[in-house]
Design a protein around this ligand. Structure first.
Ligand code: ZN
Length: 73
């Protein structure tokens, strides 16, 4: 919560925009199978999806949760 970065305002590490060589931004949505920023989404046709952060769901926070997960086989 105390991560401070002027280059990555998002809580998770978003992938670079598909056109990042042009806009130098990070992707915020998915469109046409590509991760693009809002500005570049107008370049693509298709349905927009929210970009799914890879770590939106927290990893096992406690040893107990991890142990229970390991016992699920
Ligand atoms: Zn872009």
């Amino acid at each position: 919560m105390s991560v401070r970065s002027h280059t990555a305002p998002q809580a998770f590490a978003a992938p670079p925009c598909f056109f990042s060589n042009l806009c130098l931004r990070r992707a915020t949505i998915e469109k046409a199978g590509r991760s693009v920023c809002v500005g570049c989404s107008t370049r693509l046709r298709g349905v927009e999806f929210p970009l799914r952060p890879p770590s939106l769901q927290p990893l096992y926070l406690t040893g107990r949760a991890a142990a229970e997960a390991l016992d699920m086989d």
